[in-house]
Design a protein around this ligand. Structure first.
Ligand code: TRP
Ligand code: ZN
Ligand code: CA
Length: 457
């Protein structure tokens, strides 16, 4: 509550205010270079980020196998609690969707459950968008989440579902800001004939289809007698996976069990570049394959394919580990994560006076040379000199006009100055452009000015 007697309300604090101003004056006098320097409208400053941070922001992470297996264990428990499977139209399927969705929601994804009907039962696709990136270049990664009715579907396709989930969670942990927009999908009713993925593609307006620059499919990537197969489709995607395995010294083969057998097919059929990984199903491993990959020749890659024994023990941990890392490598590489380090500072030193109890004023700051969107934790450093900061309402205004409230007025806050760093989730804003600090003084008598402010990306 403000004391309304004019000329009186600040008396108790004037002494302190004067002292603070005097101190500020001394500091200014002690730093003549700063005041004498030509006041440029803006001085971009590139700080030196810690190399370790920079490297981790750019390199694809090692996906922890333990995390992938923890998701598999949860899916196994879901099957056990729901009649032993996670099949389309059964309770275990929707429970699987809810498990994956819960993890993604908590990690900051925008999730959508798309319903469809097949064989008289409701099916569900789960779609998760990572905020930011170029909406005209969407990189999708997906896996079918349904099992057959005969078992829990741990290799087919808890393996792909869990690896894609953990990769999405790694995107969130890294707060990745790729050039492309990332979308992840878990398909329903694949086992009934690619029903969910067909439904998604058929219902994607053609304008949206043309924005999908690639679809990566992961169906069966932890086969117990594993092979390392790369889909022979889009050359760039294929080469990306081959590069990853070359780095491990593992030779790959082209996936030949049939192009139409998983959820990439509907994408491929409408001209979207596709690729993916596969560790083998019911085909028999040859002697030559056992030679280079290990395992047992004369035996199926997955003897439990579509059987009740496709349980938690039907997983080759080494294959699942390598293939999960390959998912992340492809997502990071193909979405071309920003090569601009975090920690870049844009600052303006131009003073803007704030009229007493008057209209809002703005100070503009042009950000350039960044790619993609602003970070989820954009730091806004504010230095406003004022003799009663409770008068001030402060907003950050993004280039598109969206305002983010940094500070409300609070008439009782008689302290001087607003010198603070605020954190704003600006991940839905394009980084480059004219950002503004908007300040309004909503209380009579005390005045001040914007001294400087900065954005740290
Ligand atoms: N889910 C597929 C199926 O049930 C598994 C599969 C078999 C597969 N062959 C494939 C997946 C080839 C990708 C590529 O048929
Ligand atoms: Zn499958
Ligand atoms: Ca005022």
């Amino acid at each position: 509550m403000k004391i309304t007697v004019p000329g009186v309300r600040h008396i108790p604090t004037r002494t302190a205010a004067v002292a603070a101003l005097a101190l500020a004056g001394l500091l200014a006098a002690a730093a003549p270079a700063a005041t004498a320097a030509p006041v440029t409208s803006q001085r971009p400053v590139r700080s030196a980020p810690a190399p370790a941070l920079e490297a981790s922001a750019l390199a694809a992470p090692d996906i922890p196998l333990a995390n992938v297996k923890a998701h598999l264990t949860q899916l196994s428990s879901i099957a056990a609690a729901n009649g032993g499977n996670r099949a389309h139209g059964r309770a275990g399927y929707l429970a699987s969707v809810n498990y994956v969705k819960g993890k993604l929601d908590a990690a900051g994804f925008t999730t959508t459950v798309q319903q469809f009907t097949s064989s008289g039962a409701t099916g569900y696709n789960l779609i998760a968008d990572w905020p930011g990136g170029d909406p005209n270049q969407v990189l999708m990664s997906g896996a079918h989440l349904d099992s057959v009715t005969s078992g829990a579907g741990m290799n087919d396709n808890g393996s792909g579902s869990s690896a894609v989930l953990e990769t999405a969670l790694a995107v969130s942990r890294a707060q990745l800001q790729p050039t492309k927009h990332l979308r992840f999908a878990w398909w329903g009713a694949e086992e009934l004939g690619l029903i969910g993925s067909k439904y998604y593609v058929n219902n994607l307006p053609s304008a949206e289809r043309s924005k999908v620059s690639g679809y990566l499919n992961f169906d069966m990537i932890g086969s117990p007698n594993a092979g390392y197969f790369v889909y022979d489709d889009d050359p760039t995607i294929e080469q990306t996976f081959k590069d990853y395995y070359a780095g491990l010294g593992i030779s790959t083969e082209i996936e030949t069990e049939g192009d139409g057998r998983s959820d990439h097919a509907p994408f491929k059929n409408v001209g979207i570049p596709v690729g993916g990984l596969f560790s083998g199903a019911d085909y028999i491993k040859t002697a030559a394959q056992a030679q280079k990959w290990g395992g047992t020749s004369g035996q199926a890659f997955d003897r439990c394919y579509h059987s009740s024994c496709d349980s938690l023990t039907n997983i080759n941990d080494t294959a699942l580990d390598r293939n999960s890392d390959a998912v992340a490598y492809a997502v990071w590489t193909l979405s071309a994560g920003s090569t601009i380090p975090s920690g870049e500072v844009f600052e303006t030193l131009t003073d803007v006076s704030i009229p007493d109890n008057g209209a809002a004023v703005t100070s503009s700051l042009t950000v350039s040379g960044r790619t993609g969107n602003a970070p989820t934790a954009l730091k806004v450093g504010v230095d406003i000199k004022h003799t009663w900061r409770g008068d001030l309402v402060v907003d950050l205004v993004a280039p598109d006009g969206t305002a983010y409230r940094l500070k409300n007025s609070s008439s009782g806050d008689s302290a001087d100055n607003v010198i603070a760093t605020y954190t704003v989730n600006a991940s839905s804003e394009v980084a480059n452009g004219a950002w503004k600090l908007r300040v309004q003084d909503v209380g009579a008598q005390d005045t001040g000015y914007i001294d400087s402010w900065r954005l740290t990306f």
